[in-house]
Ligand binder design. Structure first.
Ligand SMILES: Nc1ncnc2c1ncn2[C@@H]1O[C@H](COP(=O)(O)OP(=O)(O)OP(=O)(O)O)[C@@H](O)[C@H]1O
Length: 236
């Protein structure tokens, strides 16, 4: 579904180069120390940072030279995902049409998904009139309306309190399953990986350093666990 082949970015202090394969429907949680290159990986896949070399393939299409908007994916950032002068309904409509002119079937689709994600009572509010969790719920819903097969999430819930965070993780998992999405999500929380990940990858010093299951990490006796500060279970 997603193939990243020696996709590189030559930052002066830290050259980065990634090679990675993700199967259709797989949920990957990207872990790694601060500054390791996790956000850069997502931004290279999405095309927000131009690659100096290498290729990205999504759904058997080479998208390396495509503009971000033309790539078959949706990306959600930690914050600032919404247009502040537009209502929730308008922000959602942008997921379906850049001009926000929706056909009756698109309106129906928007309404149905907003109901599913609990946004109906908030549709006429501006983003400033929402809580952080509600804003991320709107942004996630807009990503899903775009109906793209690949979802990239860059620490989307890190500003939320634990209860809201859990609620968003449950929602993300359900929506990924229902829509058969492939997910690549950056997180600093090992608990996110435990909840959501079919597979974890470790990014360290600008490259993919390890790939495996959260159960392997949790045992704490591999180098990847040490990099992440996860201690051996029987040490705790
Ligand atoms: N625009 C830029 N110009 C030059 N170097 C950059 C730029 N953006 C990021 N970097 C460097 O690239 C490296 C990777 O940064 P990146 O933001 O991808 O890390 P990260 O793993 O997402 O970190 P964090 O967990 O702290 O968000 C870091 O060394 C960073 O300083």
């Amino acid at each position: 579904m997603l193939t990243v082949n020696q996709l590189s970015c030559d930052y002066p202090q830290q050259p980065l180069s990634f090679t990675l394969s993700v199967a259709a429907g797989e949920r990957i949680v990207v872990l790694g120390p601060s500054g390791a290159g996790k956000s850069t990986l997502l931004n290279l896949i999405a095309g927000f940072i131009p690659a100096t070399q290498g290729e990205v393939w999504i759904a058997e299409q080479n998208v390396t030279s495509l503009a971000p908007a033309k790539r078959p994916l949706s990306m959600l950032f930690q914050e600032n995902n919404l247009f502040t002068h537009l209502s929730v309904r308008q922000n959602l409509a942008l997921g379906l049409s850049p001009a926000m002119r929706l056909s009756p079937s698109q309106k129906e689709k928007l309404q149905a998904l907003a109901e599913r994600t609990g946004l109906l009572p908030l549709m006429d509010r501006l983003p400033a009139q929402l809580s952080g969790g509600q804003r991320q719920r709107v942004a996630l819903t807009r990503c899903l309306l775009r109906d793209q097969p690949l979802l990239l999430l860059d620490e989307p819930f890190s500003a939320l309190d634990p209860a809201l965070r859990q609620e968003m993780l449950v929602l993300t998992q359900e929506l990924c399953r229902e829509n058969r999405l492939t997910l690549v999500m950056v997180s600093h929380q090992f608990s996110d990986a435990r909840f959501l990940a079919d597979r974890c990858i470790l990014i360290d010093q600008g490259k993919l350093a390890w790939s495996g299951t959260w159960q392997q990490l949790e045992k704490g006796d591999i180098d990847a666990a040490k990099v992440l500060g996860i201690r051996r279970t029987n040490d705790q």
